[in-house]
Write a protein that binds this ligand. Sequence first.
Ligand code: NZQ
Ligand code: ZN
Length: 395
Amino acid sequence: MQSFEFYSPTRILFGADTELQAGAQIRGLGCGRVLLVCGGKSAAASGLLGRVEGSLKESGLAVRTLSGVQPNPRLSLAREGVRQALEFGADFVLAVGGGSVIDTAKAVADGAANPETDVWQFWLRKAPLTRSLPLGAVLTIPAAGSECSDSAVLTNEETHEKRGLSSDLHRPRFAILNPALTLTLPPYQVACGVVDIMMHTMDRYFNPATDNNLTDELAEGLLRCTIQNGRRALEHPGDLHAMSELMWAGSLSHNGLTGLGGAKDFAPHQLGHELSAMFDATHGATLAAVWGSWARYCLDTNPDRFVRFGSRVWGLDASGKTPQEAALAAIQATEQFFRSLGMPTCLSELGCGVLEEATLKELAYRCTYYQTRTIGTFRVLNEADILAIYQLANH
Ligand code: NZQ
Ligand code: ZN
């Protein structure tokens, strides 16, 4: 195992009614004026928003609510949130929702702490992020893992750029995980979340420094648990145990634990982000749509890694097969699982049709940030590689 640094400072409050502790948590951090960020309608419709606002007010906190965050959260709403946070004098930002809400809250916290800088400048790496407001999260969907991650992903809807920004300043001070809050999720969002949790683990598991270590065992266990409970959650809607397992797996899959000692790959995520940026496709579905093509393209880089993945995660028997055959079986098992969840495994199933070659080239060009970067570490991918993977997925 390579050297590593692990920093996961987020206090987790897991279990029934934990959202009622939001006010006391913020008060305990010495803050008094909260900008609460939430999504379109689910939190208000379920009564969650009212309960959280009540908890904040009971703790003597002043609250202003910014609603309307959309999936693939938009820069324009983050800018509006910064404006409101400054006007209100917010000293804390609380996200009530999923990854899109939490990422918007992170951007608002960044912008409010740096009123002289337009937030997008941080995402473009044109300004260094050196301070941010403290933030917390009440999670409503097991998926993105933003409640424990250092990352925030925003979409600039004018330029169709979807970009991530990682900073330890983005790690929430606390994350409230009440699995009962997820029971109103539509099955499609549950399925997208299952894929995303798996991909946060797999985008670390497939890395160049792979050896036999504890990190691998943790990743494989987390994947098995997510697969088993993902199946169960979709077959038995309302299964609280399954949603509890998924919720905790989602947080652990993206707090760094499942990748310790190895360089993150995250190429499938980058491939997926361009599809979201161009077609506003749902994050988890974009990952399912490209992963099989990424895996086939990269199989020869280290077939044994795929063989181990097939054996430990899917219980496949590799005996009598060449490493290439066994690796391919592992890829097929993964795609079969995605299909069983109703997830796409190619671009047409994602809903963007079979694309023209010029569109694929544009996607590949944008994925290199206009020829300024490669992606991935398991296999480093340049623009031609990226185009080849999009071509493989284009049916
Ligand atoms: O807006 P509302 O009405 O709340 O509806 C949301 C939204 O339509 C709905 N929803 C959430 N909780 C619900 C619910 N509906 C009913 N009951 C509930 N309890 O679900 C829809 C999707 O919400 P969203 O927040 O977009 O989902 P998710 O958590 O999957 O977040 C996706 C975003 O996070 C980014 C993705 O790229 C995407 O933009 N990611 C962020 C990461 C990070 N910051 O660490 C890492 C990830 O790899 C990912 O890139
Ligand atoms: Zn993701």
